[in-house]
Design a protein around this ligand. Sequence first.
Ligand code: TIU
Length: 227
Amino acid sequence: MRNGKIKAEPYDLDFDLDSTALVMIDMQRDFVEPGGFGESLGNDVSLLRSSIEPCKEVLETARKAGMFIIHTREGHRPDLADLQPAKKARGNPTRKIGDPGPMGRLLVRGEPGHEIIPELAPLPGEPVIDKPGKGAFYETDLLGILRNRNIKKLIVCGVTTEVCVHTTVREANDRGFDALVPEDCTASYFPEYKRVALEMIKAQGGIFGWVSNSDNVTSAIEAAAKK
Ligand code: TIU
């Protein structure tokens, strides 16, 4: 049967391991490590590290259960042809997207900073979606990939809560998916924004999703895998 319930807010979410995907959003060196894009915007990147271990637990549990796992990376072509001028200029940073930094060119595909952190590195067979925007559905093949696998529900982890995770959860909701965010598997440069972003998702009866935590998610996956 491989189904069950994830204890969540505003209410428990029924799920089936074979129609639920784990989506790891932008756990890249550019956001999580010093010297990358996140720091170039003036952020303290150490605030994101607390999400790594819970993400790893959910990722490893999902792998053992044979779930479909997708990773995303925010970034641009080396020629920057897909970089909107507005995005490049945004925030008036001293170092802009495409400029050189200690981990290579900021937010550019193929550079060391663009890679997913080693702790959460994708395995062969786990699709990696390269996205030019904040939402994982915008100008990517994510929707087609999910449809081809008959995926209906998403467990969405990653960074940052109120930017790429929120945008992706909203996009998923509008495309008919149920999305659940484990709260310790996401982080923000602004802890208050994380708190409020999660409140927004689960408000109004779950206006665009569910909020849970890594313990609830891993125990529900493990129980469903035994059925
Ligand atoms: N700046 C910030 O909080 N986030 C991003 O720019 N991208 C993602 O959230 N991945």
